[in-house]
Design a protein around this ligand. Structure first.
Ligand code: NDP
Length: 333
């Protein structure tokens, strides 16, 4: 039974030497109330980078020498818990282990309901979809006809945000890091326009051309210079949804002072950060909406699937490097 542990805290961009594989010889016989799980899909997520540092945050840091934990879909191999039976599939926060014992707390059953594939419970009908839906609707408060800009647009959250924006009648502009991603956004995900931030010389004026009526809502996944360029284009009473700041997660020195605050002030803009769990009370409604849109083919999603449990650390490294389109997931075998 294999376990992936944090060997040392990464400095800057994580490397394979920050992780280690250990053979876990703990007893895999469930006691009364417990289940034995076999890992099927592992979610790799940008926020895990934060947990690898020991800086104070909204979740405790990973301990050096201990397993990494993330969203996992697993199969119940043996059950001594009346809530689960052998052959059930569950999703929840679990350790990066090929097999593990759980008491079932915090796990949701995901037995191929509504023909939704198991991996989607780590993406569009999991944390990713909830982040997109809750951030856009609860902070963005979109009104038909408004203009939405999404950064990190070709990633897991971004591909869903843009589509929800279209369903709600917005003009949607995406920012992503390659020509292939930009093409995918307009051809597969209904984005009205998309901009490659790596090749565009003047991002602020490219956004101005793509958003002739200005930007009413900005769904920010990346922070840094890209966000600065968007904020120069915001409208009065615009809403800025600060979901993530992946452009600075590997920084070892603080960012320079932002110069965008005057634009927030003069436009009476609202800028609000959030953690998806803030909106737990609307999760049932949100999942219902996302599943219905999927069924009606109003919503689609893409995944980058990496095969092999042993490739999980590399998949995480590649995610931070933009090698994914849509949700990055490891299939363990
Ligand atoms: P993604 O699938 O979007 O993967 C990360 C993407 O970030 C990469 O594909 C890459 O795409 C882009 N990226 C990497 N480095 C940079 C950079 N320097 N500048 C701009 N873009 C960069 O991940 P998720 O959809 O899972 O997460 C997106 C964001 O949402 C993250 O910031 C994450 O922390 C946040 N998040 C927040 C949650 C919350 O509760 N607030 C919950 C879930 C996610 P590219 O090729 O375009 O550069």
């Amino acid at each position: 039974n294999q376990t992936i542990i944090l060997k040392q805290r990464p400095i800057g961009a994580p490397t394979l030497s920050d992780f280690d594989f250990v053979n876990d010889d703990s007893d895999l016989t469930p006691k009364e109330g417990e289940i034995l799980l076999e890992t099927i899909y592992i979610s790799v997520d940008p926020y895990l980078r934060g947990r690898m540092s020991d800086a104070k945050s909204y979740v405790a840091p990973f301990e050096v020498g201990q397993p990494i934990t993330s969203g996992i879909v697993a199969k119940v191999l043996v059950s001594k818990n009346t809530n689960f039976k052998e052959g059930d599939y569950v999703s929840g926060l679990l350790d990066w282990k090929t097999k593990q014992i759980s008491n079932g707390k915090g796990l949701n059953k995901v037995n191929n309901q509504n023909n939704i594939p198991l991996s989607a419970y780590l993406g569009v009908v999991g944390m990713t979809g909830l982040t997109a839906y809750c951030g856009l609707t609860q902070i963005g408060k979109p009104k038909e006809g408004e203009t939405l800009v999404v950064s990190g647009a070709a990633g897991a959250v971004g591909t869903i945000v843009g589509q929800i924006g279209k369903i709600l009648g917005l003009r949607v502009i995406g920012i992503a890091g390659s020509d292939e991603k930009v093409e995918m956004l307009t051809s597969e995900f209904g984005y009205d326009e998309a901009i490659n931030y790596k090749t565009t010389k003047n991002l602020s004026s490219a956004i101005a051309s793509a958003a002739p009526n200005g930007v009413d809502i900005y769904f920010d996944n990346v922070g840094g210079d890209i966000s600065e360029a968007v904020l120069y284009n915001i409208n009065q009473f615009s809403r800025i949804i600060v979901c993530g700041a992946i452009s600075v997660y590997n920084n070892t020195t603080p960012q320079k002072n932002a110069t965008v605050q005057p634009f927030i002030v003069k436009n009476s803009a609202l800028m609000q950060g959030f953690i998806v769990s803030n909106y737990a009370s609307i999760f049932p409604e949100a999942i219902q909406k996302l599943a219905t849109w999927l069924e009606q083919n109003k919503l689609t999603y893409t995944e980058t699937i990496v095969e092999g449990f042993e490739n999980t650390p590399q998949a995480f490294i590649d995610l931070l490097d933009g090698k994914n389109k849509g949700k990055m997931i490891v299939k363990t075998y």
